[in-house]
Design a protein around this ligand. Structure first.
Ligand code: F6P
Length: 362
């Protein structure tokens, strides 16, 4: 039987949650148990579960494979998106490298491999950690931002996108009824994939993404042009990290980095000033992360989960499952963490937006 050297594996979710994580957990657990006869230990709250003493985990059995887990948002294992174990913030304000404690926790559980569902930041940390501990490791990409390199889709993106499109569908009639300009601020951190795709799918007139810095003039011209053509309302989608030419994104500093938010209101104020239009702002926020996963997220999560188990069984390590050209492949984590996947201003969807006459602010 393949994969017989392995008797038990660890499974964790790491980084910001998104829809489809539970579908991936379901796939890993059912394939590992049914096909390989492995035991699966679900680690709670990512690396924190292996850092805790006593260890914080649960054995995942076929009991979790109810019909519901496939549909469930969030993650039944819990997750964290702050506090690198290599420089962990301690209660007394100091920082400590706690990577050895996590590796020791893994050994205490007598595991033969680890699968983690995470974004690029988490996969970077885990790939260093598992290399340090000589731990067989396979990653599964997830993030609503869809910015994990070398995979066309990450778990969570499709659901977040559908949510943003639905928001535009709901904003359009109210914009038209009141002759207003509606600004929708969406997530995505440094990548504009959600804004760009939602704007196209949801019929936006203006799409602003971090990769294409904007000027107010073309945006105002677009809105005034629509009004002259007999349409006194408009839809504007902006990515949370969209920024003006020669300006900065709107953010505030938090432990471990930046938290974006607020550009929508600034834009709405500027648009009102430049065009005289009445403006309103909707900040979609974490609504994009929760809720039932879309069909595509469930399907991709299922395919990734099964493939990740097969990869571990084959003896692979330091790999990430990825979606490329309609199939699951695997790529080196060292290559994933060395790159970023932001919107390329010459890519198809940017050309599509321009072709539709959508203003990109440049
Ligand atoms: O990376 C996913 C994401 O939702 C980003 O789009 C967003 O900027 C960030 O996480 C929000 O993080 P938090 O949940 O810590 O507020």
């Amino acid at each position: 039987m393949p994969g017989t050297k392995i008797k038990a594996i660890g499974l964790m979710t790491s980084g910001g949650d998104c829809a489809g994580l539970n579908a991936a957990i379901r796939a890993v657990v059912s394939h590992a148990i049914q096909h390989y006869g492995w035991r699966v230990m679900g680690i709670h709250d990512a690396t924190r579960g292996l850092m805790s003493r006593p260890l914080d985990y649960e054995e995942l059995t076929m009991n979790i494979i109810t019909g519901n887990i496939l549909r469930l948002g969030g993650t039944i294992l819990g997750t964290i998106n702050s506090g690198s174990p290599f420089s962990f913030p301690m209660p007394d304000g100091t920082r400590k490298d706690r990577s050895d404690e996590i590796i020791e926790g893994y050994r205490m559980l007598e595991l033969d491999g680890l699968i983690a569902i995470g974004g690029d930041g988490s996969l970077d940390i885990l790939s260093r950690l598992t290399e340090q501990g000589g731990i067989p490791f396979v990653g599964i990409p997830k993030t609503i931002d869809n910015d994990v390199p070398l995979t066309e889709f990450s778990i969570g993106f499709s659901t977040a996108l559908a949510t943003a499109v639905e928001a535009l569908d709901r904003l359009q009639p109210t914009a038209a009824s009141h002759d207003r300009v509606m600004v929708l601020e969406v997530m995505g951190r440094d990548a504009g994939h959600i804004a760009l795709n939602a704007g196209i799918g949801g019929g936006a007139d203006v799409i602003l993404i971090p990769e294409i810095p904007f000027r107010m003039e073309p945006i105002a011209q677009k809105i005034l042009g629509l009004r002259e053509a007999g349409r006194p309302h408009a839809l504007v989608v902006c990515s949370e990290a969209a920024r003006p030419v020669n300006g900065e994104a709107v953010f505030h500093r938090v432990e471990g980095g930046k938290r974006y938010g607020g550009v929508g209101q600034r834009l709405a104020d500027e648009i009102a000033k430049a065009t005289g239009a009445e403006t309103r702002v909707t900040v979609l926020g974490h609504v994009q992360r929760g809720g039932m996963p879309s069909a595509q997220d469930r399907i991709i999560a299922s395919a990734f989960g099964v493939a990740a188990v097969d990869l571990l069984a084959s003896g692979a390590t330091g790999r990430m499952v990825a979606w490329q050209r309609r199939q699951v492949v695997d790529v080196a984590l060292s290559e994933v963490v060395a790159q970023t996947h932001r919107v390329d201003p010459s890519e198809t969807m940017v050309r599509t937006a321009r072709g539709l006459g959508i203003c990109l602010g440049d």
